[in-house]
Design a protein around this ligand. Structure first.
Ligand code: NTF
Length: 818
């Protein structure tokens, strides 16, 4: 039976009682942190009952379930999310209010679990939310990093990275499950033993090993009593307590094992769309893959005896190539631990694993040096060699005489292990994350593989969960929508379509814009409290929040701001609607160009925000430490959403959808899911600019783009570029931004100047912004555009995405819950 959240009155009493029993304090004397912990336990009580019921139904109904294998789960805070999904948010809010406490301050006490970098990790979290809501049995499998994504401090305009110590105090929404521990082995060598029956036994010796311990987190569905599990793995040494009694040799090994365990799960690599080929990262990958597969097989064999039928109950979805070792590790477990021969093991494996590609950026494609790989995973390497040998034979048979192709497609080539090639070779499904992205995979990046296995390729356009990004982040708009069209959209976002009936209703449009204004005031206060900058909630809030990457072109945005500032200074009389440009972005710690762009944004802000002569027409704000929790407020307050990547480079984007859901209008390129947003919206409700992906790809192929031509054509660009290096924005050190200048113009400094076509798209970007200015001045017209965005957001729910994965790839059974 589904257990409900208590009533407001009961909650008041329960929270008070908890504070007393947990902290031996009266409620009045409790700190906000203590109240947060008490609330977490009250909510946990309900969640855990439902978790138990769900797990019992799992055993009874024995459904097929998906293991979502991902190095990253950017889940964000869980207290608010769980209260929403258990339908108790308002009740807890009221109970706390009756006790004289603001729920926001209580939610703010929770560390923001940041076990991911950006879109890829947040997508995994949205998928878990949708799976539970749609009642599909699922496990998230990941790593319990002790330090998640670093906290960003801005000091004198520069980014500083501060460790994210989210486990400093006990996290209330995780549960250690010591009964599901498994050993994971690294290094050593493999010995062969011929068996009497003619087969060979492979024995792994001389290895170091750790014990993988899972921590389970409950993933609640919306209002259905379903609770799935996110298992994140931590490592501990095997023999820690017996150290003292070891002989010399064993003692050394125990020390090694201890260090191995200590380092493995210490920290998340902070790179987005970029790979750092560190051995520790490969260890992390094998660690969580091996532990998760062992647990999955263990669970399967508890209720079934024929391992050949594993694909009927289990599917492993590999979130990018990071978990590709799933392929070889599953082969190893099936052969070495469960006695299957190669062909049977391959049959099972290739029916159990599927692969999602999330990027075409060359620097994000995972390739491991063969020697590192072989040294760390000797048995796995043998298996990869055999997979590769058979795969190359298959290519040769299909394309006789094309040795070039075999070389291009091989898993082992040029001294490297190519993870994507293995994922495609073994996976029964290969999907991209937006229609355009999937077409580029088929026709360009993975064309050879598409020719070989056209039937494997399919598209699954990304989505986001409306429960977190509207109900929780923007409850005012959420309540308004409920009043207008009911509650159906909460689990069926296509129902937002009903809002189109309000597009000509002046009163509704006004209410809608009033809510936007309220949200802008909330963000303005946040900005004032954190940045000390007073921004006008009546100005246009033009927002770009996402990881800092050159292909995402925050540089284009800030160069345009510099241009606008020049215009306003030169033509003080010009008709310009006051605009606040808001940025939020973390740069990977080692990405120098990206960090310099952050400094540029901050310096431009410092000059513009302090220039009284422009009469507050322009403000520039850099929000420190952009993360899931402040993102929710930022989306709610945006008028304009900047989605301006170089066409072809952004596989999908998901921030674009979160803005749309909250009634912001997009300025964007025809890239990633922007293309599909454009299709849903019609051209009049989105501002499209810049080159198409075909044009970009053609320039890249023909090497015929010269940014100097763009500069020479356009005096505005000339002026802005000269201001990068004349000390305008760095009086003390005029050379500070020279590397940015060089990256745009100097062919000697980079492989190709202006790699991401910033100058090429500049004029078209300026024009699109002028159109935004015009549109915004007509307040009613703008309201209609903004509301159209909400009304047409239906497709971009992760519920829709998950249903497509289920229908086309996973074929899961829904769990019945009474
Ligand atoms: C990201 N990829 C893409 O850059 C985004 O466009 C996309 O929305 C998300 O994945 C989710 O699909 C990566 O982070 C990675 F790792 F593939 F580079």
């Amino acid at each position: 039976m589904k257990r409900q959240m208590p009533s407001t009155k009961e909650l008041e009493r329960e929270i008070k009682d908890r504070v007393k029993s947990m902290f031996r304090k009266d409620f009045e004397d409790a700190t906000e942190e203590e109240i947060y912990r008490a609330c977490a336990e009250v909510v946990n009580d309900v969640v855990i009952d439902n978790w138990l019921t769900t797990q019992k139904e799992f055993v009874k109904q024995d459904p097929k379930c998906v293991y979502y294998m991902s190095m990253e789960f950017l889940i964000g805070r869980l207290l608010g999310n769980n209260m929403i999904n258990m339908r108790g948010y308002t009740e807890v809010m009221d109970a706390l209010a009756n006790l004289g406490v603001d729920i926001n301050l209580i939610e703010d006490q929770e560390p923001d679990p940041a076990l991911g970098n950006g879109g890829l990790g947040r997508l995994a979290a949205c998928f878990l939310d949708s799976l539970a809501t749609l009642q599909y049995p699922a496990y998230g499998c990941g790593i319990r990093y002790h330090y998640g994504m670093f906290k960003q401090k801005i000091n004198d305009g520069f980014q500083e990275e501060v460790p994210d110590d989210w486990l400093q105090t006990r996290y209330p929404f995780e549960l250690q499950r010591s009964e599901y521990e498994f050993e994971v082995k690294f290094g050593g060598w493999v010995r062969y033993e011929n068996q009497p029956d003619g087969s060979t036994k492979y024995i792994h010796e001389g290895y170091n090993s750790v014990i993988a311990t899972p921590y389970d987190m409950p993933i609640t569905g919306f209002d259905n009593g379903m609770v799935n599990t996110l298992m994140i793995w931590d490592a501990k040494p095997k023999e820690v307590f017996r150290l003292a009694s070891f002989e010399r040799g064993d003692y050394n090994k125990a020390v090694e094992d201890m260090n191995l365990a200590r380092n493995l799960t210490e920290v998340l690599y902070p790179n987005d769309n970029h790979i750092q080929g560190k051995e520790l990262r490969l260890k992390q990958q094998y660690f969580f893959v091996s532990a998760s597969l062992q647990r999955a097989i263990d669970k399967y064999l508890r209720y079934h005896n024929d391992i050949m039928r594993l694909p009927e109950k289990v599917v492993f979805q590999m979130n990018d190539t990071h978990p590709t070792l799933t392929v070889a590790e599953l082969m190893r477990l099936l052969m070495d631990e469960h006695g299957l021969g190669w062909d049977d093991a391959w049959e099972v494996t290739t029916h159990c694993v599927a692969y999602t590609n999330h990027t075409i950026m060359a620097e994000a494609l995972e390739k491991w040096p063969e020697d590192i790989f072989k040294g760390l995973l000797p048995r796995i390497y043998m298996i990869v060699e055999e997979i590769n040998r058979r795969f190359c034979e298959e290519i040769k048979a299909k394309f006789p005489g094309d040795d070039e192709k075999v070389h291009r497609m091989a898993i082992l080539a040029d001294g490297q292990v190519k993870m994507a090639h293995m994922a495609i070779c073994a996976g029964f499904s290969v999907n991209g994350v937006a229609a355009l992205h999937t077409e580029i995979l088929k026709n360009v990046s993975l064309h050879d593989f598409y020719e070989m296995y056209p039937e494997k390729f399919n598209n699954k356009t990304n989505g986001i969960t409306q429960r977190r990004f509207l109900m929780h982040g923007n409850y005012k708009l959420s309540d308004w929508v409920i009043k207008k069209i009911g509650r159906g959209w909460i689990t069926d976002l296509s129902q937002m379509e009903k809002l189109t009936m309000l597009l000509d209703d002046k009163k509704s449009l006004q209410q809608f814009m009033d809510i936007k204004l309220e949200n802008k005031k909330r963000l303005a206060k946040y900005i004032f409290d954190h940045n000390g900058i007073a921004v006008d909630p009546n100005s246009i809030f033009d927002v770009q929040v996402k990881r800092l990457h050159e292909y995402k072109r925050q540089l284009l945005n800030i160069l345009h701001v510099m241009y606008l500032y020049n215009q306003i200074k030169e033509h003080p009389e010009m008709d310009f609607y006051p605009t606040t440009f808001i940025f939020g972005a973390k740069a990977s710690a080692g990405y120098e160009n990206a960090k310099l762009i952050i400094k540029l944004i901050n310096n431009v802000g410092a000059v513009i925000n302090n220039d009284k002569s422009i009469d507050n027409k322009l403000k520039v704000v850099f929000i420190e430490d952009y993360r899931v929790s402040n993102a929710e407020w930022i989306f709610a307050a945006a008028d304009v959403s900047e989605q301006i990547s170089t066409a072809s480079k952004e596989a999908s984007g998901t921030g674009n959808m979160k803005f749309m859901l909250n009634g912001a209008v997009t300025i964007g390129t025809m890239d990633g899911a922007n293309v599909e947003m454009y299709q849903e919206l019609g051209g009049e409700n989105i501002f499209i600019f810049g080159m198409s992906s075909d044009e970009v790809i053609a320039h890249e192929k023909n090497h015929d783009y010269n940014p100097v031509d763009e500069m020479n054509k356009n005096p505005h660009i000339q002026k802005v570029l000269s201001q990068l290096v004349n000390g305008n924005y760095s009086i003390d050190n005029p050379e500070l931004f020279r590397p940015i200048y060089n990256s745009l113009l100097n062919t000697q400094c980079t492989e190709r100047a202006d790699t991401y076509f910033v100058l090429k798209d500049f004029a078209s970007y300026c024009e699109a912004h002028e159109k935004i200015q015009e549109a915004y001045k007509d307040r009613e017209k703008w309201a209609r555009m903004a509301l159209s965005n909400v009304a047409h957001v239906g497709k971009f729910s992760s519920d829709r995405t998950i249903q497509e994965y289920v229908d086309d790839i996973w074929h899961l059974d829904k769990l019945e819950l009474k």
